[in-house]
Each structure stands twice: as structure tokens, then as C-alpha cells.
Write a new protein. Structure first.
Length: 46
């Protein structure tokens, strides 16, 4: 859970942000978050 909070905070920051880099950054953050979730899911399921 703690590992996810930084990605959630970053996503919230980027979503408020307007700029040319917003799209790629959002995509990258979502990708990292999905990877984190997959990595943490087995531990959370136990």
C-alpha cells in the first residue's frame, strides 16, 4: 500500500498539470502503477 501512495500522489499532480509532457507522463505513471499492483497483488492476496 505504501509503495502505491507515491504513484497515486504523482498521478494526482500530473492530472492537475497542463502541458505537452502530461500525456506521456500519465501513461508512464499508469504503467508503473500497474506493474507495482501486479507485483504487490500476490502479497495482498495472502
Amino acid at each position: 500500500r505504501a509503495a502505491l501512495t507515491w504513484t497515486e500522489q504523482a498521478l494526482a499532480r500530473v492530472e492537475r498539470w497542463r502541458g505537452p509532457q502530461r500525456g506521456p507522463m500519465l501513461a508512464d505513471l499508469r504503467h508503473r502503477q500497474a506493474r507495482l499492483l501486479r507485483k504487490l497483488a500476490p502479497a495482498a492476496a495472502v
